[in-house]
Write a new protein. Structure first.
Length: 457
């Protein structure tokens, strides 16, 4: 049984998907700034500012002459806040208002667009006391004078590098977290399904010896599995104690009952003696049944396992009970296909005999019993369907308990151990036992008992 049939429907997946969606938005947001940093948007803004400043000063020089130009430079020089740096060469030499120590050799490229000037690439600093990375552009005025406007872009370069580096780191981290969240969700769902499968198998088969898987000790599900396993240990111990008490009682009472039966043989009243012997024989048969079930459940019988033809065993059972069915005018129909299974022949015979005996016992006169042996999915499946009163659906899981008898079967001979024996034999052979209503029964619900056993390799 899968507790969570589809991973996409689990809460773990939905939480992981939510985290992935939010992280994807974060990745897109970071990618946008990474795009800005890669395309040098901030440096382009400095280029535009330099060109605008250079164009304004050039126009001022051409229209109003050198005095107005010098006055403008004096007004722009602010020692506390320098947005731009200037160099003006007139008649082949730098003017006193220039910020540069010497005129840099920039080439014609600097006249077309702003270029970067990194002092690390030159022997001498361009400006006294200032070790800046400059973006600059020069222009030649109409009288041959040259003007350079520069701007410090060191901080912008650092910010751009930081944006690129940490942008890629954040994108990688977010992708890793998204993948990790989905993996954790899948891990949780897988563990829950494994716990559910094992628990369902324990409940359905009564396999209290099985334990929930524990893969680690760091997660909460492993702690839960450990707690459940301790509970199963206690339950298994309690059940085994109860079975042990029952089996010991059955074993210890066999000798006193045998002596009692021997004493009853000496009773002179024939009718009274027969009634007492019948009662004692019934009690002894019940105790033998209990011991037989205990012997099967101990798994000792697996030592006698061999490969047998299940169809031959079933045919022998039908032949044995044929006369009993004829006495009640019951029509026994069968369709038997070859099937080889590994197991204990005597136990398989007894289990099939118990099922057929029950079917005959509860099928009314002139009724019908159908037996089918088929193979499907590496299993041999025996269906025994009768036209009797059937069993209420609510009681189908109880009929294999020891001494269980439905209210309408209290007047029928038996002690409620037959199907308990069948269940023990089927479990010993790693098979399954199923009861359901007979869909082909007319006039009464009927019952279908299905025994599934693994085919031999």
């Amino acid at each position: 049984m899968k507790a969570i049939g589809h991973f996409s429907r689990s809460s773990s997946f939905q939480v992981g998907a939510l985290f992935t969606f939010l992280l994807t938005l974060g990745v897109l947001f970071v990618a946008y700034f990474l795009h800005l940093a890669t395309n040098q948007v901030f440096l382009k803004e400095s280029q535009v500012a330099i060109e605008a400043e250079l164009d304004g000063l050039s126009r001022l020089y051409e229209l109003h002459g050198v005095e107005a130009f010098n006055a403008a430079l004096d007004a722009k020089v602010d020692p506390l806040k320098r947005n731009f740096f200037y160099a003006f060469k007139q008649d082949g030499s730098l003017t006193p208002r220039s910020d540069f120590l010497y005129w840099p050799q920039l080439g014609r490229e600097a006249e077309r667009e702003p270029v970067q000037y990194d002092p690390d690439h030159f022997d001498d600093s361009l400006m006294s006391g200032i070790d800046a990375v400059l973006m600059l552009k020069q222009v030649t005025l109409s009288d041959g004078s040259q003007l350079i406007v520069a701007r410090d872009v060191h901080d912008l370069n650092v910010a751009q590098w930081v944006a690129r580096t940490f942008g890629w780191l954040m994108i990688g981290t977010m992708i890793l977290i998204s993948g990790l969240s989905l993996w954790v969700g899948y891990y949780v769902v897988d563990r829950i399904n494994r716990i559910a499968d094992t628990t369902d198998r324990i409940v359905q088969e009564g396999a209290l010896h099985e334990r929930l898987p524990i893969d680690s000790s760091w997660d909460d599900l492993s702690q839960l599995s450990s707690a459940l396993n301790r509970t199963l240990d206690e339950l298994d111990q309690m059940v085994q104690s109860i079975k042990s008490v029952t089996d010991n009682i059955a074993h210890d009472l066999r000798t006193p009952l045998t002596r009692l039966r021997a004493d009853i043989e000496h009773v002179s009243d024939h009718e009274h003696r027969s009634r007492l012997l019948k009662e004692v024989d019934g009690i002894m048969a019940m105790f033998k049944g209990l011991l037989r079930i205990a012997d099967v459940e101990s798994n000792k019988k697996r030592q006698a396992f061999a490969v047998y033809s299940l169809n031959t065993i079933l045919e022998d059972v039908i032949e044995l009970y044929g006369p009993v069915a004829e006495d009640k005018a019951i029509n026994v129909q069968h369709q038997i296909n070859p099937a080889m299974v590994e197991g204990d022949r005597d136990l398989l015979f007894q289990a099939l005999a118990n099922v057929l005996d029950n079917a005959i016992k509860f099928t009314p006169e002139n009724g019908t019993i159908t037996l089918v042996l088929s193979c499907h999915n590496r299993e041999a499946i025996v269906h025994v369907c009768d036209s009797g009163p059937g069993i209420p659906q609510a009681l189908t899981e109880k009929v294999t308990r020891r001494f269980f008898r439905a209210d309408d079967s209290r007047n029928t001979a038996g002690y409620g151990l037959g199907l308990a024996m069948v269940n023990a034999v089927v479990k010993l052979h790693k098979g399954s036992l199923l009861f359901k209503e007979n869909p082909h029964s007319e006039g009464s619900p009927g019952l279908c008992c299905s025994i599934s056993l693994p085919l031999s390799a």
